[in-house]
Design a protein around this ligand. Structure first.
Ligand code: ADP
Ligand code: MG
Length: 710
């Protein structure tokens, strides 16, 4: 009899050698094996006939092998197999298919899964290229022929990701045996009240139904992993993830930090510097930040707000509180341009109050740098603004109280950690700002120990940006429009995806070459500047400043302007080869305009080659300027891995859940985790709470790199 905790090598058919292979996949116990869910299902209950198939669809068919042979073409060996039933036939091709020689025998029944295509040569014939296949009734070594026939046909069949020598079929049989031998009672880790709130089915039942569904189960729900069995397993995984994160957050709040004092004097200092009335959202997030700062534990807060929502002023307000309390503040930006810009606005807004502000970037000369370091070490510099590189250098603060990290849309969780370690005394407060408006619970999950504040409102007086797609052929109209904008007293950005034209792709317009062309011909007479990442920092600054002072009408640029640049008088952005940019990137770029009172336009110019995904990105841009919607679309199009970079960015390594697809469940899991931690009470017994915490510790903590439960 197997228990969930039994080592996987004791499952029938698995020995020590195979157990080693499974260990590589993270499968050590019976429970791990049962969490290895099928990634899709085949409906072999009602298989399709070949005659029903239509080109373009993904389909599963069961047919009889007729002929097969290896064809040695000049370019590569192609293995061809024809399967059929009745008079209908389906040709299957595998490129480099020499390994399949001798694999099929005429008369065998075979299940095929792949994309149906019209056969290039035959009239009306159909084919599948590289289909997945399973020869039905075939025995694995050591089995009776036909022993597991019933697992493969006449039912909804689970398909597993193969790994090395272990095929999908092998997993199916092993998991089947494990379920046969599993103890009838397996312990429940979730409290009754939670099961009730979520109407969850039992664990044992879930494992059975997810691997070997009832014939009546909705096939669509299975493929989408939305059956009650899937929902139960996904919820469980996310519940324990959120339980761990919540504990971690609570523990962090117990550490010693600074309790800033905020009285009338500081309030009026803040009021004096504000150049405008804050929006309701800005007021709300400032209150949240102030509450954290007064609290004697270190603030760990994420400030989210779409581009242009006005995060900077909120950061400055927090800075004033720290400075007025006698502490130093560090403000870090992802690029030199942005650091410089923060520095300029800090001086504009804060210097009248007498605060001492310094800028420290990589391009500051050595002698001057030493001087600045000394000011910081002696506590003369009250607000230190720099790039993230600030962390890597040996900057010693006299008494740092607040660290503000402006990440824009980058996720530099690792860098944040470094800064926290640098401080020797009490931990400073940390405020991280990001312009990627991801759903709140998702942010809480990705940033683990951070609390989240959201600015969900733009400053007043903004007119919505009009976004249009225009093919290259109509560029003349675009440049005419640009001239009109400039004639009306506004400025424009023209953005290119690369700096220099590549040798391979002459289609692609390059910033430098186009800068010349625009200056000399297309836009002659206008004042045009060039900005790209390979320029020296001083030159970049100079150009940026001239654009800011309206000494330039047009700024030709690469994506270096995508982060945080703020020139309200710019009301047009032309993005060339917009099909080459990612969705979030386009949104960030567009965020540079629409900051003033003039109506703003974003023109997405496109070349000839547009993939379907690029097409969707461009359409999304035209349809919405809501950063929240854009981020969700981007997540859907790219998937979380690519969206956030690597796992290093804080993506937990989940087995069955997907925090994007399952974000609704994630919300519920978080709510339930908080609910369980509120116990014991009449709904959650002490025993249930302890059981859940023990389960977290023994099953999930190590996997997700969470803290031990103290
Ligand atoms: P982001 O959130 O992208 O960092 P910024 O802080 O750069 O946005 O603000 C965008 C622009 O809006 C700036 O020009 C800023 O001065 C202006 N702004 C911010 N808050 C307000 C407000 N409450 N009323 C009017 N203008 C504001
Ligand atoms: Mg900003």
């Amino acid at each position: 009899m197997l228990q969930l905790g039994t080592q996987v090598q004791y499952v029938k058919g698995v020995g020590p050698r195979i157990a080693e292979m499974l260990a590589v996949k993270g499968i050590a116990t019976v429970e791990d094996l049962l969490y290895y869910l099928p990634f899709r299902y085949e409906d072999r209950n009602n298989p399709r006939t070949i005659a029903e198939l239509r080109p373009g669809e993904m389909a599963c068919v069961i047919a009889e092998v007729r002929t097969s042979m290896l064809m040695r073409t000049r370019r590569m060996p192609i293995f061809e197999m024809t399967a059929g039933h009745g008079r209908a036939a389906l040709k299957c091709l595998w490129f480099h298919g020499a390994y399949l020689e001798g694999r099929f025998q005429p008369g065998q029944m075979v299940a095929l899964y792949g994309k149906v295509e019209a056969n290039a040569h035959g009239r009306g014939g159909l084919q599948m290229i590289q289909p997945q296949f399973e020869i039905l009734g075939e025995a694995e070594p050591g089995e009776e022929p036909g022993e597991y026939h019933s697992l493969e046909i006449g039912r909804i069949v689970p398909i597993y990701e193969a790994t090395g020598k272990l095929t999908s079929r092998w997993f199916r049989r092993i998991i089947y045996r494990a379920l046969q031998d599993l103890a009838p009672e397996i312990p429940e880790a979730l409290p009754d009240a939670v099961l009730g709130h979520m109407s969850l089915i039992g664990r044992r039942e879930s494992f059975l139904a997810a691997h070997f569904p009832d014939p009546g189960e909705s096939f669509a729900d299975l493929q989408a992993q939305r059956t009650p069995a899937h929902l139960r397993l996904i919820f469980e995984e996310l519940f324990f993830l959120e339980l761990g994160l919540e504990l971690k957050r609570r523990k962090a709040r117990g550490r010693p930090g600074i309790a800033f004092v905020i009285g009338d004097r500081i309030r009026s200092a803040i009021k004096r510097i504000l150049p405008f009335h804050p929006t309701a959202a800005q007021k709300r997030v400032l209150r949240e930040i102030v509450d954290d700062m007064r609290h004697p534990s270190p603030m760990r807060r994420l400030l989210q707000g779409d581009v242009g929502s006005g995060k900077t002023i909120v950061a400055f307000e927090a800075a004033i509180i720290a400075i007025e309390n006698g502490f130093q503040v560090a403000l870090m930006a992802p690029t030199e341009i942005l650091a410089t810009q923060h520095y300029l606005s800090a001086r504009r807004i804060l210097e009248s109050a007498g605060y001492r502000i310094v800028l420290l970037t990589g391009s500051v000369e050595a002698a001057q740098k030493r001087e600045i370091h000394r000011h910081i070490a002696q506590g003369n510099a009250q607000l230190v603004i720099g790039t993230h590189a600030l962390l890597q250098e040996k900057v010693e603060f006299a008494d740092i109280g607040l660290v503000i990290v402006d990440e824009q849309h980058r996720f530099g969780v690792m860098q944040r950690m470094k800064l926290m370690r640098k401080n020797t005394g009490v931990e400073p407060d940390v405020l991280v700002m990001t312009a990627t408006p991801i759903p709140r619970t998702l942010a809480l999950t990705l940033y683990g120990d951070l609390d989240v504040s959201v600015i969900d409102e733009l400053p007043p007086g903004r007119t919505p940006i009009v976004t249009r797609r225009v093919p290259d052929e109509r560029s003349t109209e675009v440049w005419e429009f640009l001239r009109k904008i400039v004639a009306a007293g506004n400025q424009a950005y023209v953005v290119y995806p690369v700096i220099e034209e590549s040798e391979t792709d002459t289609e692609l317009k390059a910033a430098i070459k186009m800068y010349d062309e625009l200056r000399k011909k297309i836009l002659s007479g206008l004042r045009i500047g060039l900005l790209h990442g390979r320029m020296a920092a001083d030159d970049k600054d100079a150009v940026m400043r001239r654009f800011q002072k309206r000494e330039l009408d047009v700024l030709v640029s690469t994506t270096v302007i995508e982060v945080g640049v703020d020139v309200p008088n710019a009301s047009l952005m032309v993005i060339e080869h917009a099909e080459r940019f990612g969705l979030s990137q386009l949104h960030q770029l567009r965020g540079r305009i629409g900051r003033g009172s003039a109506k703003s336009y974003c023109i997405l110019m496109t070349g000839k080659k547009i993939t379907p995904e690029a097409d969707q990105r461009l359409d999304t841009m035209v349809q919405t300027s809501d950063g929240f919607v854009v981020a969700e679309r981007d997540l859907e199009l790219r998937g979380p891995g690519e969206f956030f970079g690597t796992r290093q960015a804080g993506m937990p390594d989940l087995r069955v859940a997907n925090i994007i697809r399952d974000r609704k469940i994630l919300e519920a899991a978080k709510r339930e985790a908080v609910f369980v931690l509120q116990g014991p009470n009449e709904q959650i017994s002490q025993e249930e709470q302890t059981r859940a915490l023990r389960h977290l510790q023994s099953h999930w903590n190590r996997r997700y790199g969470l803290v031990e439960v103290g």
